[in-house]
Design a protein around this ligand. Structure first.
Ligand code: HEM
Length: 159
């Protein structure tokens, strides 16, 4: 669920009316990819060095644990211009939020499909949804998500 909460947070903080951001399937897909790049729900995976080797100026020993910083790669300025900025136009293509290579996430299409289907419904139903308090990220090792996401749905209760 971090993928949803992180995306909703980023969209609400962007200042662009969410209904507009998700007004077409193309815009929705672009924003889902971009929020996965901008604020991925898993920010690192690890690997073990099978043998001694050197790479990128580091000397690794067999058995070393290597942290692969997916979130850091998603903000690589050589790959993404103005990487710290949420940019729906860019569409987040090439993000590493689902890993890469042999172990690329087998559930990535399902995870994205859920977001692409559900988020436009949420924002169409509640176009005036707003954050009610600053969000705080949970202090977790593997996952990257919020402690809570408190919103006002913007529904006027006249009953
Ligand atoms: C937003 C949601 C998700 C994110 C961010 C995510 C992220 C990832 C990442 C980064 C990896 C690579 C792990 C590595 O390199 O060691 C991975 C692997 C994997 N994911 Fe996901 N995942 C998500 C949803 C799902 C779903 C919905 C499923 C299943 C329905 C799934 C099943 C798997 C499996 C089986 C692997 C292992 C693939 C392998 O080792 O060959 N994931 N996921």
């Amino acid at each position: 669920m971090h993928s949803f909460a992180n995306c909703i947070r980023a969209v609400l903080l962007s200042g662009t009316p969410p209904k507009q951001t998700f007004s077409t399937p193309q815009k929705t897909i672009a924003m889902v990819e971009e929020t996965l790049r901008f604020d991925p729900p898993l920010h690192m995976f690890t690997r073990y060095a099978m043998q001694d080797f050197s790479a990128f100026g580091h000397e690794f020993k067999a058995g070393d644990v290597v942290g692969l910083m997916l979130a850091g790669a998603n903000r690589d300025p050589h790959k993404f211009e103005d990487a710290g900025n949420l940019d729906a136009e860019r569409g987040g293509i090439g993000n590493l939020s689902f890993g890469a290579g042999l172990h690329f996430c087998i559930g990535a299409p399902l995870a994205k499909l859920e977001m692409v289907v559900a988020l436009p419904i949420l924002f169409a139903q509640f176009p005036n949804i707003k954050l009610t308090e600053p969000t705080i990220y949970a202090d977790r090792y593997h996952f990257h998500g919020l402690q809570s996401l408190r919103v006002n749905l913007g529904v006027i209760n006249d009953g």
